[in-house]
Each structure stands twice: as C-alpha cells, then as structure tokens.
Design a protein around this ligand. Structure first.
Ligand code: QV4
Ligand code: CA
Length: 513
C-alpha cells in the first residue's frame, strides 16, 4: 500500500483531496452552523468524540462585513472583508484552541472558505467589519488583505449590470458578480497566492480540509492553481504528506452548462440532487416512492460516490436560499427529516454531512419566509449566544442540535459500524415499505406507507437479539426501545405501525445483546 501511495504522490495525483482525513471508523461530518469556536471545542470533547463524529464544518472564520440592515443576517459571513481570523464565532486564539482540542479527541475541522469574492459592491466604506478593518467596496480597496482594484474581475465581465444575469453563460457565472459580490480575479497569481496563504495558515493550525464556497463561480483551473499551493496537513495530527480534504460547492441540478464533473480534479463536489430527490421521495410527491430507492446513488444520475459530499439539507436550502426547492426536508419537518437522515446515513453513497441549525421565527408571506435572513441566536450587543445543554441532552438558547437527536446520533454510529460493508438484502413491498442491509453488520427498514407493516425479511445478520437504535438503544446490555430477534437463517419479523413515533427500525452488531 505504501508503494502505491508513493507512486500516486510521485505522479502528482495528490489523491488525498477526496479523503476526509477522519480517524478510522468515524465517517460523518456535522455542520455546526454559526456556532462559536469555544462551544465547538466543548462539543468535540463532551459529545462528538464519544459518539463517533468524524469532523465539524465550521462557518467562515474570516473577517466579514457587519450588516445592520437587516440586523446582522447570517449571510453577512459570506461577505469577506479580510482573511483575519475574527468573526462572530470568535478570534484567532479561540479558533486555534478549538482546532487543537477537537483534533486531540480525533474530531476534524473543515473550514468554509469564501474565496470567490469579497463583500457586496454596495458594502460601502469604513470599518463596519467584524475586526474593524478599513475597506472601501466602491473602489475595491481591502487594505487588510491587501486587495485593490487590480484584483477584481470588473473589466472581465460583459453583462450590463456587472452581475451574473444568466447561468447559461459559463463566462458570466465565473467572471461576473454573484448577487453583486465583488468577484476576485483568480487568474492572477497574486490572488491565488493570497488565498493559498490564508488557507495555509488554517492548515498549519491543524485544519483537515475545506468547503470551497461558490466553487461554480470560479474556473476549475483557477481553483486547482491555489490548491496546488497548499501545504500538507499538520503532522501533529496527520501523517506526513496528507492532503487537505476538498469539497466544492457546485450546485448542479441539471439543466445548466456547468457540471459538477468539471471540478472532480480538485476534490469532491456537493451533490445537491441528493437532498432534493430524497425529500421528494420521502414526501411521496410527484409519484415518487421509496421502492424506487433500490438503485439510489449513481443510478439516479448523481456524481460517482467517491466524488460526492451529500446531505439532506444545508444552511442555504433549509431557508429557501440556494438550490433544492420546496422538497428539501429540514428540522421543521422532524418526523420525515429523521427518516431521510436515517436513510442517508445507512446507505453507502458519498461522504455524509449532518446539518445542525439554529431556530428562527419563520414567517411566510406569499409562500416566502420573510425572516430567512435571521442570524444566529444573539445577545443585545449582537454577540452570538453560547450553546447551552439541557438535562435531557438537548440544546437551549434556540440551537436545534439535530446531531444530538437520538435517532440521528445513533445513525451516525450505525454508519461507523457498517463502514466498508456492501449494500445488501434490499427488500420492498412495491410501495413505501423498504429495507436493506450493510453486509452482515447492519440492517434498516422503513414503513412510509399509510398502512401498518408486519413482515419477515432477510437481514443478513448473525442470529441474536438486537436493540433498535431508533426507538432506543442498547444500555447496560438492555434495550431501551424495541427489540428485534434475528433467527439462525438471518430472518427477522418487523412490525411498524403508521402511528409509530418514527416509522423505521435500525439494528447493527454493536447494538446486539
Ligand atoms: C442583492 C441582489 C443584488 C444587488 C444587491 C445590492 O441580489 O443583485 O446588487 O442586493 O445590495 C446577500 C443578499 C442579497 C444581496 C447580496 C449582496 O441576500 O440579496 O444581493 O447579499 O448584498 C449567501 C446568501 C445570499 C447572500 C450572500 C452574501 O445565500 O442571499 O446575498 O450570502 O451575503 C447560487 C450560488 C451558490 C450560493 C447560492 C446562495 O451558485 O454558490 O446561490 N451558495 C453559496 C453559499 C451562500 C452564500 C454564497 C454562496 C455567497 O452557500 O450561503 O450566499 O457567498 O446558487
Ligand atoms: Ca467568480
């Protein structure tokens, strides 16, 4: 194996950028959206490590525009002012402490890198930024980086507005402003080197990889150019020559000239078809039914599994931004959401990312949530509230903590237990009752029909008594929820009534009495 790696490395095929660099048998990433660095550090130690989470995607750590109208929207963090590590989540010292503490317990940190642009053209000038750095958006002056007029695409964009006006024109999509955000000239070595310097500071602190924000709006070759300038990961926590994990935000639902596959050379891509389709199937819209999930994955036209980063919802489409539309399931649709997340975590396709959100006062007018801009739970001074943990292990202060929901946490563990096992023993009733296993390590079954289920199916598991990890779990060698008896031939009876709290059952060999 060593020789192969050396050959691959020698060939310049820095293969590692597809590998999340998690410690073995930790397979999922959780997006702790808008969390403070101190809270993430504590969550790594008290919850994520003990429950087998592989890593955390954090919100953009760099200095951003302070927007007061509307009042401190979550999306101000997607309007960079500089690459100084200071934001509503904390300062550089707190960020470094978080990375160290999480790595020390085997939980990786992935940074949301906003490097396609700086703040909006109407961002004004002054020091209304999270670190107080001066800037002048009007004349493209960002002295805290530094960037100046030379470093932006203004002259390269050919639309009247200077903004992207058609996603059917691949040149506009890359060289014009996305929603007025000042577009960086990534063909310039100075800009590529400046971005790489920012990312290398993070890598040297111990970061394991990056989400590349708005990757569709950068030429694949330009992304490649700055990735080639990146350091290997910090050998305090990673073996020599380990490459940063790269997953690029490329929204490709089909119908546009730009495809996710253009970006495979750089790393993985976010597969947005996944959440959009799974939501449609679980909601039983458009004649979709779970029996069709038999060939889920590449069979549904998704990118290859080893190039995919998948999720049920993300920070954009859980609030109507970005892509996915009305079919996207979120924590607001809890019962269906748990089914979707459970299916995603049980199925072998892709690297899985679990969303962890904050609650906001959704308010629909003409079908649109007019409060979709709300920022994280915050104090009167605008600072983000800390994450409090209730006696029942849920979170307070309006943090939703989906990753702490028993059904979701236990399915993160399920994915670890079955890691590497093949998709097997598919069964369905031709409608919305389906089941499948992962080799001889795990098995899951759903009843999403409007009638009760009582079936005998082949699990592929060794004989024994298993604890259902959805209705409960194994504690002190007892099941706190349902039990499943697998007989010598691998067969088991499953009964799921339509009024069940969660109409699915999951068992695995680490939950066997
Ligand atoms: C608006 C108009 C402009 C106008 C401008 C004038 O759109 O035409 O010129 O006002 O001020 C916010 C506002 C948006 C405003 C813009 C600039 O919502 O109305 O422009 O700021 O002031 C997030 C939010 C955006 C937000 C942006 C910057 O979703 O609403 O814009 O942050 O604050 C496409 C892309 C995809 C992108 C997705 C949202 O292909 O890459 O849209 N997703 C990523 C991130 C997302 C983020 C960005 C990209 C930008 O996931 O969170 O957008 O970094 O599909
Ligand atoms: Ca661009």
């Amino acid at each position: 194996m060593k020789i192969l790696l050396l050959l691959l490395a020698a060939a310049g095929l820095c293969w590692g950028q597809y590998n999340p660099n998690t410690v073995p048998k930790r397979t999922s990433i959780v997006h702790l959206f808008e969390w403070r660095w101190q809270d993430i550090a504590e969550e790594c130690e008290r919850y994520l490590a003990p429950n087998g989470f592989g890593g955390v995607q954090v919100s953009p750590p760099n200095e951003n525009l302070v927007i007061t109208s509307p009042n401190r929207p979550w999306w101000e963090r997607y309007q960079p002012i500089s690459y100084k590590i200071c934001s509503r989540s904390g300062n550089e010292e707190q960020f470094k402490d978080m990375v160290k503490r999480c790595n020390d317990v085997g939980v990786r940190i992935y940074v949301d890198a906003v490097v396609n642009h700086m703040c909006g053209a109407a961002g004004g000038s002054g020091t209304h930024s999270t670190c107080g750095s001066y800037f002048n958006a009007g004349n493209r002056d960002f002295p805290a980086v530094p960037y100046s007029g030379w470093d932006f695409n203004d002259g390269k964009c050919h639309t009247g507005s200077g903004e992207i006006e058609s996603y059917n024109d691949i040149y506009q999509v890359r060289d014009c402003r996305l929603s007025s955000l000042l577009d960086l000239a990534l063909e310039k070595d100075y800009v590529r080197s400046t971005i790489a310097e920012y990312m290398n500071r993070l890598i040297d602190m111990g970061v394991a990889g990056f989400r590349i924000d708005a990757a569709k709006h950068m030429w694949p070759g330009d992304i490649r150019a700055f990735l080639d300038k990146l350091h290997d990961l910090n050998t305090q926590w990673f073996s020599e020559g380990t490459k940063p994990f790269i997953y690029q935000e490329v929204i490709d639902l089909g119908g546009e000239p730009i495809k996710g596959s253009e970006y495979f050379g750089n790393g993985r891509v976010t597969e947005f078809k996944y959440g959009a389709k799974l939501g449609t199937v679980i909601r039983k819209w458009d004649g979709e039914k779970m029996a069709y999930l038999k060939n889920w994955g590449e069979g549904w036209g998704f990118v290859p599994s080893d190039r995919a980063l998948v999720f049920v919802d993300n920070h954009d489409n859980q609030r109507g931004h970005g892509a996915g539309g009305a079919s996207i399931l979120t924590f607001w649709d809890a019962r269906l959401y748990k089914m979707a997340v459970g299916f995603m975590l049980a199925h072998p396709y892709g690297v899985t990312r679990v969303m962890s959100s904050f609650r906001w006062p959704r308010y629909f007018e003409n079908g649109k949530d007019v409060n979709d801009w709300y920022g994280p739970p915050s104090n009167s001074d605008g600072s983000t509230k800390s994450v409090t943990i209730n006696p029942d292990t849920t979170c307070g202060n309006d943090w939703v903590c989906e990753h702490r929901w028993r059904q979701i946490r236990n399915m993160v563990i399920f994915r670890n237990v079955v890691d590497g096992e093949p998709f097997s023993n598919w069964w369905d009733n031709g409608s919305n009752q389906v089941a499948f296993g992962r080799g001889n390590k795990g098995f899951i079954i759903f009843n999403n029909d409007d009638w009760n289920m009582n079936v005998y199916v082949q699990t592929g598991l060794p004989a024994g008594t298993y604890c259902d990890v959805i209705s409960g779990q194994k504690e002190n060698n007892q099941c706190t929820g349902k039990q499943v008896f697998v007989s010598g031939d691998g067969m088991a009876n499953f009964q799921i009534n339509t009024d069940a709290e969660d109409p699915f059952i999951a068992i695995h060999v680490d939950a066997k009495l």
